[in-house]
Design a protein around this ligand. Structure first.
Ligand SMILES: [Zn+2]
Ligand SMILES: [Zn+2]
Length: 846
């Protein structure tokens, strides 16, 4: 299992067999993977690889760590070691975690190898020869002492914002005022490493001309998305890139830690990670076998299946195939892509820095065995929408699915057979004469056979969760069969019939061990041990193994002596579960405050305070805290969402915490601080809102909140506005960049985790909030133009719009069946046309 002591002989494609090459997205080396990462790619691909081996397909499964790039280089500077040392450390952590989870890689390699350099440079040379590259000059800061160009984050200086003047602002952002920066905007910039003032120099870079390759790429996507039955989310994301029109993309960087560019003029540069990382699949295969081209340049005989999280889709359906197309060579292009959405943790997101969630190495520290982890993650696999990891749900599934259903069936059957003769079968599988003539048994075997067909169909289409559910349904059928046949009575009244029931059931035990092997290999090994059978299972078409499900009583030979039955699963106790919940919940103080804040919010609701909560609570709290309050608006946010509902739970927790602790430490109940204030009378008209077409010019993750982006949005004013939005969970960063959006410009600014947000990006969400999409103005809508609503006239309110008013209007903002964003029946209208969302009908807009 992923252990390559005494390396086995490498597998190569075999004529006349299905040859399947499987990859899972290369995890970035700087992080310890959490459960979301594990289900997102390596575990899902593992299930499919194991299924393929079970079917005796010729399969290899390739993965490894993605090691190059700025992040590694910066981390190395911070930890005062070499990038290589950072990578060595984390590679070992990843490998150990995946080994524990039983991930059956044929090769788990890394991208910082000589093979990577060789193959990457070779691909580059061919793309260059074929004229798919262009050159462009950019201005960048250069350190004469370190003799290198500086990445944004490697420059420090004084913040250009007059009333901030923070003297240790970074080149990408000022942490004090939150402004997003270009390194050239810093006053008195200096190199982070050596403190020398850098100079501005011209630097040349190479660009892959994706627009010229778009036509070829479209042909590939059109054909393969059908042939490989790509998932809906993969098709949607890819089409949105193609419809947008591809843009040239820079493939070089002024860094040292990467694959050197083999070109006289670009000697000091390396390839940008997006260009070289997917080539890692190929180079890692070349570490597995020197005959790697038999896998990668063999489209007629090899099927490539790739597994990844949805944020990785464009790299695999657009960028990587374009690079390969650019070589003009015959590559094995991806046939099937399997994309997962996100797995969230309890109330929020996994966050290493906050200690929230279960990470790969934590799982091993619990007393929960690996097969249970795998089962829960796979049964909860986020295939079409985000899913949630909940301890209570894990506990319930262990009890309901594993203990009471699967484990119970197997244990009942094997224990009964193991009983001494006279009350059982003395551990010997009995003969089953006439099993076929028992109608109940015959019907049961037919039912199981149909399930097995469905299982196979689901697994072939990589519908893993469905495959698992079907296998579990078969176990359930088994329990029903035992109940109907009442074997314990039969033993006394009709021993012959009892024997055929037991032999049939024992056959099903073996079948379950086979069907569930891809999901829970350690479980299957244990069941086979209890059956006293060797651990290898194959389910081959040519041997009619699937048809054997129709004759369950023939699967195990009569007189076969089984091993010792033992319970396969155990329930998780309430105390144990609570212990884990507490252990992996991050800071307890914060969780407690959330619970208590909710109580306060409920009380507030019940006292029917008819006022502008944001204002009244904010003011009174501010008064009490001697003006030190950093977040006077926090109570309002509980229900009023002045900064968008997806602002996120976690960010709320932090903001609330400070206020609550302050109040409690003063010995006063937070409720006492609330003094209702009369609601301001305002005309409730949609035209009071100042909604404009904006262009996101810069976007990055919030430095202190995993769920938030910080954007700079041009809304037609002198300077762009800084806006914070909780969209990380829903929209990948690269889809935010340079995107036109609808921006609500006259809400009162609010601070979100330390960064002031000066507007709100409008987005639509589906009923259960699993999906959120931006309201897109037409491509050619002018930036800064006001969005109008036919039938409604008027100017935006002077000053900020009252939150209560906004809330009222919000109730009538939604998307219609044609995906058009509307207020009541009036579409969001610009001079270039109406504004739409990608796929959510009748969604609420916020
Ligand atoms: Zn320097
Ligand atoms: Zn600043």
């Amino acid at each position: 299992m992923g252990d390559d002591d005494g390396k086995k002989e490498a597998k190569l494609p075999v004529a006349g067999k299905r040859n399947i090459l499987i990859t899972s997205a290369l995890p970035y080396v700087n992080n310890v993977p959490h459960l979301g990462n594990i289900i997102g790619c390596v575990l899902s691909a593992d299930v499919f690889a194991r299924y393929c081996r079970l079917r005796d397909y010729n399969v290899i499964y390739i993965c490894g760590t993605d090691e190059y790039g700025t992040t590694t280089e910066i981390k190395a500077i911070e930890e005062n070691c070499s990038p290589k040392e950072i990578c060595d450390k984390y590679y070992a952590i990843h490998k150990q975690v995946y080994d524990w989870f039983g991930i059956s890689f044929d090769e788990f390699g890394r991208t910082s190898t000589p093979q990577q350099t060789e193959i990457c440079q070779d691909i580059f040379n061919k793309v260059m020869e074929n004229n798919w590259l262009s050159e462009n000059t950019m201005k960048q800061l250069y350190c004469t002492t370190c003799k290198r160009f500086l990445a944004d984050r490697l420059v420090e200086g004084t913040c250009p914002t007059p009333d901030c003047a923070n003297d240790s602002a970074r080149g990408d952002q000022c942490d004090k005022c939150g402004k997003l920066l270009n390194p050239t905007e810093l006053v008195d910039p200096r190199c982070k490493t050596c403190q020398t003032p850098p100079e501005i120099r011209d630097t040349n870079h190479l660009f892959l001309e994706l627009p010229l390759l778009q036509h070829k790429l479209e042909e590939y996507v059109k054909e393969m998305s059908v042939a490989g039955s790509w998932s809906q989310n993969a098709i949607q994301i890819t089409n949105s890139w193609l419809n947008e029109g591809l843009k040239s993309r820079c493939i070089t960087r002024d860094l040292k830690w990467g694959v050197p560019v083999p070109h006289e003029k670009y000697r000091d540069k390396v390839f940008y990670v997006w260009f070289d990382a997917p080539i890692g699949y190929i180079s890692i295969t070349s570490c597995y076998t020197s005959e790697w081209e038999k896998w990668w340049k063999n489209p007629e005989n090899v099927e490539l299946y790739q597994f990844m999280g949805k944020d990785n889709v464009p790299f695999h359906t657009v960028m990587f195939p374009s690079t390969l197309l650019g070589t003009g060579e015959k590559w094995t292009y991806m046939k099937t892509i399997s994309v997962t959405e996100y797995l969230n943790y309890e109330a929020g997101k996994f966050s290493k820095s906050k200690g929230i969630g279960v990470f790969g190495n934590d799982a091993q520290d619990t007393k929960i065995p690996v097969e249970v982890w795998r089962y829960y993650l796979l049964t909860n696999r986020p295939e079409v929408s985000d899913t949630l990891f909940l301890w209570s749900d894990l506990q319930a599934k262990v009890k309901g699915d594993l203990v009471n259903n699967l484990g119970n069936f197997i244990n009942r059957v094997l224990s009964f057979i193991a009983k001494p003769t006279g009350i059982g079968y003395g551990s010997v599988v009995p003969d089953a004469p006439g099993a076929e003539s028992d109608p109940l048994t015959k019907e049961f075997a037919e039912t199981v056979a149909n399930y097995v067909e469905n299982y196979q169909e689901a697994m072939e289409k990589v519908k893993l969760k469905q495959g698992l559910k079907i296998a579990m349904s078969i176990a359930n059928e088994g329990n029903v069969y035992l109940q109907k046949e009442k074997f314990w009575d039969l033993y006394k009244t009709d021993l012959t019939k009892c024997s055929s029931v037991m032999r049939t059931s024992a056959g099903l035990v073996y079948l379950l061990a086979s069907l569930l092997e891809p999901f829970m290999p350690s479980f299957s090994v244990e069941v086979l041990k209890q059956l006293n059978l060797p651990p290898e299972i194959l389910v081959q078409d040519e041997k009619g193994d699937l048809d054997r499900a129709r004759k369950l009583w023939d699967i195990l030979p009569k007189d076969h002596k089984i091993g010792t039955p033992e319970p396969l699963f155990r329930e998780l106790g309430d105390e144990e579960v609570e212990e884990y919940r507490v252990k992996y919940a991050g800071s307890q103080a914060e969780r407690k405050v959330v619970a208590e804040t909710q109580v306060v919010a409920e009380k507030l609701k019940k006292t029917k305070i008819s006022g502008d909560l944001e204002c009244s609570i904010g003011e009174s709290m501010q008064g009490m805290s001697d003006g030190k309050s950093s977040a006077p608006w926090v109570f309002g946010r509980l229900r009023l969402w002045p900064c968008g509902p997806w602002g996120g739970y976690i960010s709320l927790v932090y903001a609330v915490r400070d206020q609550m602790q302050l109040l409690w430490s003063m010995g006063r109940s937070p409720l006492a601080a609330v003094k209702p204030k009369a609601i301001a009378k305002a005309e409730v008209s949609i035209t009071t809102l100042d909604i404009r077409v904006g262009l996101i010019t810069k976007v990055q993750k919030h430095p202190d909140a995993d769920s938030l982006y910080v954007e700079e949005i041009d809304v037609g004013e002198e300077a762009p506005r800084t806006v914070v939005s909780g969209l990380v969970k829903y929209i990948p960063l690269e889809e935010m960049q340079n995107r036109k959006v609808c921006v609500l410009c006259n809400l009162k600014p609010v601070k979100m985790r330390g960064i002031q947000s000066h507007a709100m990006v409008l987005a639509a969400s589906n009923d259960d909030h699993t999906k959120v999409e931006l309201v897109d103005p037409p491509h050619s809508a002018p930036v800064g133009e006001r969005v109008e609503f036919p039938g409604f006239q008027g100017e935006p309110i002077n000053g900020y719009v009252n939150l209560k008013v906004f809330e009222k209007l919000q109730a009538d903002l939604q998307t219609d069946a044609e995906l058009v964003a509307c207020y009541k029946d009036a579409p969001f209208t610009t001079s270039a046309g109406v504004c739409k969302v990608l796929s959510i009908c009748s969604g609420a807009i916020r």
